[in-house]
Design a protein around this ligand. Sequence first.
Ligand code: SF4
Length: 921
Amino acid sequence: MSDKNKPQKPFSRRSFIQTATMTAATLALPGCSRKDKPVLSTLTGDFDPLRSYPYRGWEDFYRKIWTWDRVVRSTHSANCTGSCSWKVYVRNGVMVREEQAADYPRINADLPDYNPRGCQKGGCFVEYVYSPQRLRYPLIRTGERGEGKWRRATWDEALTLVAEKLLDNVYNHGPDTNTFFSVIPAMSPVSFCAGSRLAHYIGGVFLSFYDWYCDLPPGEPLTWGVQTEACECADWFNSKYIVLWGSNISQTRIPDAHFAYEARYNGAKIVCISPDYNASATHADLYFRINPGTDGILALGVAKLLIDHNWIDALYVKEQTDLALLVLPGTNRFLRESDFKKGGKEDIFYFWDTNQQSAIPTPGSMGSDQKTIQLNGADPALTGTFQVQLADGKTVEVTTVYELLKKELGQYTLDKVAARTGLPAHEIELFAKDLGTRKPAMIIHGAGTNHWFHNDLINRSFILLVALTGNTGKNGGGFNHYVGQERIWPEQGFFKLAFPETRKKQRFQNTTLWSYVHSTSKDPHLYNGKPIEWYIQESVKNGWMPLWPKNGKKPRAFIVWRANYLNQAKGNEILESSLWKDLDLIVDINYRMDTTALYSDVVLPAASYYEKVDINSTDCHSYIHPFGKACEPLFESKTDWDIFHALAEKMAEVATKKGLKPFYDDAFDWNRDFTQLAHDWTGKGAIQTDEQAVNFILGNAEETKGMDYKSLQEKPRRFIATDPESWNSDIEDGVAYTPFKHQLEKKRPWRTLTGRQQFYIDHPWYIELGEALPTFKEPVEEKYPLYWNTPHGRWSIHSTWRDHRAMLRLQRGGPIVYMHPDDARKRGLQDNDWVRIHNEVGHCVCRLQILPGEKPGRVTMYHGWEKFLGFKQGGWQSLTYIKIKPTQLIGKYGHVNFRLNYWGPTGNNRDIKVEVEKAKV
Ligand code: SF4
């Protein structure tokens, strides 16, 4: 035995004191600096109690975590909306840890900055990348779908299988039987475009995500003619009244919540409206523990109070909204030029000018020659009735939208609203007064209210509040919706890369409709006495909504990347037993084995967030920053760009070998020559790599002109301009971005039929279904007693990180359902019991957690759990099904037209109800 390994003398108190004295003396010696390490050598000498420990290498290993050879800037794309820049530290080609980059340039010295931004999920992504669920090789299924039996394949074999099937479908069943699904281009547009380009060149159907996930607030396209517009989060600090409505920012906007809480030091009050007492409610000055599904009636009750007490901004309302426009009796349609004169336009509208005492055309509507909404000295009447003579010579009495609104609001008396919402009447009055008098005021809106069936009505009611009080279009004000990372700032560059031969030559499809029609989904409700199928048929027949494939065909191939379609699908068991069975080929491109991958036929391993080149942006801030390749894609994985490039090459190779003649696609008058597919896909060879693709986007967008990938690796850059085609405000130096300044300050028309914020939708279906104006409708009735609430969680971003070891340790390690103690007591349930949650659609079995903060009459399970992660039976989507709202199927109405991820039925899920009982396990 060497001296080093001999057992040491016992460590006595006396010897310790001697050592300590020696150490102190050594340190005190002149010339004995820290560099000479006297302390360390003394402590590791004879008296070191750890000396006998056989293996000290771990200490060195641990120490070396804090050494590295390279630092690469990257981020995460899990649809968290964070878009946080991180540094990834690499040693010997291995990623060892990440750290928040903390170098976002400051907007101005008076605004809190964005540094550092991040969350605990991002802080442990390195571990996820190297975890067992990581996909390493191409896999081909050998057992049943979902059985988990696979064999390893070569890339060549897997790509050949996929290429042959896609081509077979095109020639034998039509290009519309190949379907592509990916989500949120903003979070990694190059990865998105890799597949969308292939779909584009082979004529495949490209599915939406934003409406399907119910992240789209349909009230925005209806009222504002936009997809979603929100201020960047730094602008929260400029507000004096912040209403957190269905948005738990402490949990779901972790990098940005501080802006709201810091705004309190700037004089803001915070209101939190949520059925559960959540992490954001603890920061509120006023907390409303509202009954689930009653947000709409609260908003309309408050609108009534604003009008009754004259807490409105009348000048703003007259200029910026349609509330002064005239409406005909009987038909309840807007008064149009076509009513006044034969051959008159359908898109010119009127208000009553009190100066001229006559109806005059509203400037700025879609048919108006005036490209401004400036009133030019006119004074539109908000109230009253007026006589006008129509083209047929008849005189009729018209009134204003505002008068109709007042009539509609008449039913929402304070007592009624207080009773339905479960809130104290005096606090509702206080809320209305503060909202009407504290300027600027904003609503921060979240999925808590957007995921209801009547989400369009709820959105419209909320937007009405900030319009009546003149807050939209001002820093610190407005209705700001943050659900999903949908907004891609360099939009035009993205479109050119995603759909190169123009978007008009692409088969786009709303996913909610596609999933409903191509499965055995069945909505049992009637709408005005008619089943939803009647509305779907009418909508498709009228050309309002597309439905692919055409002529009663079924989809045959389904390619999913950057998404977990099956896990997140409403009614996923219904889809699994019908739509899934009809598909001949399901391909999943993924870096981890999630539910969709597990239920696929071919799995292609993709590079993770730290192994590829791409860019990232969000509506939460006004910067762009990159993904960087901290290491080469692990195992046999490839970047999404390289995978679709390889697939395009393989399809060209197969087409050449088989001597396939070009396929004539009559829908677009397009001769598709698949032997040239790789050439087309790479932009005739100009865009071979993902870095070239990044530079293509940056160079083709106003927002990022002059930027390139390399400069973004240095630090995040703020956008330099906004393309007026896509945006409604400019980027201004020193000012946080907020939308609709073009409308408020430059008097540019709103992007709606009337050219104003349009609260009155006079489409026949809206009139028939009583929704021409914002109104309150009860949640769609379900038989069971408890609302099934599945919000965004704290320990995952959707299904990503759900299976992360560190995140599971912060919870109970598996799916749990939260229930109020009273509801648990009624059912004889104890904390941690196994419970069966069920309704007429299905059931699942998991553990119960009793939580006093939960609202009685509701149970919550944070969403995203994979079915294979700890449920005894079923999963969180086993209880849901697809419900389509008829009014969301309309089109060809001015500004309301189908557009991918912009307008189409949403996949809502909040109206579901369940019962919970003790499970026998
Ligand atoms: S997961 Fe999202 S919010 Fe969290 S650090 Fe990454 S980018 Fe930021």
